[in-house]
Design a protein around this ligand. Structure first.
Ligand code: NAD
Length: 510
């Protein structure tokens, strides 16, 4: 089952007249239909039209993928670390060579503006594979100074078969965040992209094949969460699950993983506080706060979805911030001028819109947005205008993850209150501070309950920098050396090199 997609004129101008995308499951190096023949419609969020149908993996397909991974494991374990690295570097090169196709697929499938897919998603995906390609042969153990006469060394070994469940908000980038460290560390993988946005991950499957990874080392099984995802979580031969998505699904996965006590790494929701102090550079903070919430239509776990403003600058800040929000260009994600595309699904768009009503019900104010755009050309897509509400710190719009272009403004009078508001959440993922006071910046970075803190910026990510959260935002880390730790088991080896060991059970006659 292959689908031919025609590029729009403006993209065809860049030497791509059309493309074939594989829409089947990728198991043991081959594209195959689902055993039960099921399919899922993949929709274009900009107009609600069906782009294509993909094969829908169910539990049986996951089982076949796990067997393929199991069979591939012995040979992969014998593959040198340098060779694993070389394959990842080759994959990074192929991603760059296929930048236009990948950017196009990502924008078509998710609604990301193509300008972001081109300059952020695809380059970051290649950079991530390159980083982990470089790290593959630098995963060292250690030697521990133990008692005289013994050598103790510590090995980092792959876990074996890992299951990876990818959400729909950054499918391409998250594919690399999960595959990069898992493969560098010598694991084999069964990955499930989201049923909503599987296309770029299936393209990566093709490139994996082209790069020369042995069959079965990576298996990609798009399918629904309650069938394929659930089977991955409870599969007895999968040693670890890496999951990105909602806190509720994360909890289900932890429960399902208890059968074989598999390791779990969770990257869940967030309610990032972005604090602007009275001494901040207001122009920079306005722009940074807009990027923090409106990039990718706010569908980011690290989004700065709580904008915490010092009362002395709040009105001045909001005037500029609202103006900027109103000026953001909504449109076709494939148009290079578009700054904000549609939300990724209709159900999700409806959920985001419902929060404008929730804000009002609890006495909040909608300062702008909270509705769909009044524009005929956008009426079939899942668009929401950039939305700014003002509320109180305990209100639902300040507590629950909306996951859209929806920011809740909260005011504070002093540093103590700012910190109290910032930490008044069950999440702890991204956070930001805008201030020119060095002491305050470092003090807040230390005290804020979050896995990441940006000072005078927001939403920076790099393959070398650990990414993850605390509290209900999950545990474990993606990227950086921390991710390698998360994809390896530690083995401590004791060698008697010269020890005289007294008998433990001394007998009188011995
Ligand atoms: P979700 O958590 O249900 O889906 C994410 C992934 O998990 C998908 O691949 C899905 O198929 C899979 N999944 C679903 N149920 C599963 C199960 N029982 N076992 C195993 N895998 C399962 O997310 P959603 O319903 O699509 O979105 C709901 C909310 O989750 C959003 O509004 C947002 O708040 C949050 N979310 C967060 C992130 C993030 O980056 N942390 C990403 C997506 C969604």
């Amino acid at each position: 089952m292959n689908t031919h997609i025609n590029f729009k004129e403006n993209l065809a101008a860049e030497n791509i007249a059309g493309m074939n995308i594989n829409t089947q499951l990728f198991i043991n190096g081959k594209f195959v239909p689902a055993i039960n023949g099921g399919t899922i419609d993949v929709l274009n969020p900009a107009n609600g039209q069906i782009i294509t149908k993909i094969a829908a993996a169910e539990a049986e397909d996951v089982d076949v993928a796990v067997i393929a991974a199991q069979n591939a494991l012995p040979k992969w374990l014998e593959t040198s670390a340098a060779e694993r690295g070389r394959l990842l570097l080759k994959l990074a090169d192929l991603i760059e060579e296929n930048l236009e196709e990948l950017a196009y697929l990502e924008s078509l499938d998710t609604g990301h503006p193509i300008r972001d897919s081109r300059r952020l998603d695809v380059p970051r995906t290649a950079a991530c594979f390159r980083y982990f390609g470089g790290i593959a042969d630098k995963i060292e153990g250690s030697v521990v100074p133990v008692e005289q006469g013994f050598l103790n060394y510590v090995l980092r070994e792959p876990i074996g078969i890992v299951g990876q469940i990818v959400p729909w908000n950054f499918p391409l980038m998250f594919t690399s965040w999960k595959l990069g460290p898992a493969l560098a560390a010598g694991n084999v993988v069964v990955m499930k992209p989201s049923e909503i946005t599987p296309l770029s991950t299936l393209k990566i499957a093709e490139l994996i094949k082209q790069a020369g990874f042995p069959d079965g080392v990576v298996n990609i099984v798009p399918g629904y969460g309650h069938t394929a995802g659930q089977r991955m979580a409870d599969h007895p031969d999968i040693g670890k699950i890496s999951f990105t998505g909602s806190t509720q699904t994360g909890r289900n996965i932890v429960n399902a993983s208890s059968g074989n006590l598999k390791r779990v790494q969770l990257e869940l929701g967030g309610k990032g506080a972005n604090i602007v102090f009275e001494d901040a550079n207001i122009e920079a903070a306005v722009n940074g706060a807009a990027w923090a919430i409106f990039h990718n239509q706010g569908q980011a776990c690290i989004a700065g979805s709580r904008l915490v403003l010092h009362e002395s600058i709040a009105d001045q800040f909001l005037e500029k911030f609202i103006d900027l929000a109103k000026s953001i260009r909504l449109g076709d994600p494939l148009d290079p001028d578009t700054e904000m595309g549609p939300l990724t699904s209709q159900a999700h768009r409806d959920k985001v819109l419902s929060y404008a009503k929730i804000a009002l019900e609890q006495g909040g104010k909608v300062l702008t947005g909270g509705i769909v755009p009044n524009d005929d050309s956008l009426k079939h897509g899942y668009y929401v205008l950039p939305t700014i509400v003002e509320a109180k710190s305990d209100d639902r719009v300040a507590q629950e993850e909306v996951f859209g272009p929806f920011v809740t403004v909260l005011r504070f009078k002093d540093d103590k209150e700012a910190l109290q508001i910032a930490n008044n959440t069950e999440y702890g993922l991204g956070s930001g501070l805008w201030t020119n006071n060095l002491q305050r910046a470092h003090s807040f970075a230390k005290k804020i309950k979050a896995g990441m803190c940006w000072i005078n910026s927001y939403k920076r990510v790099s393959p070398g920098s650990p990414f993850g959260g605390v509290g209900k935002s999950g545990y474990g880390r993606e990227m950086g050396f921390e991710a390698i730790h998360d994809y390896t088991e530690v083995k401590s080896v004791w060698v008697n090199v010269d020890a005289q060991i007294p008998p433990h059970f001394k007998r009188d006659d011995s």
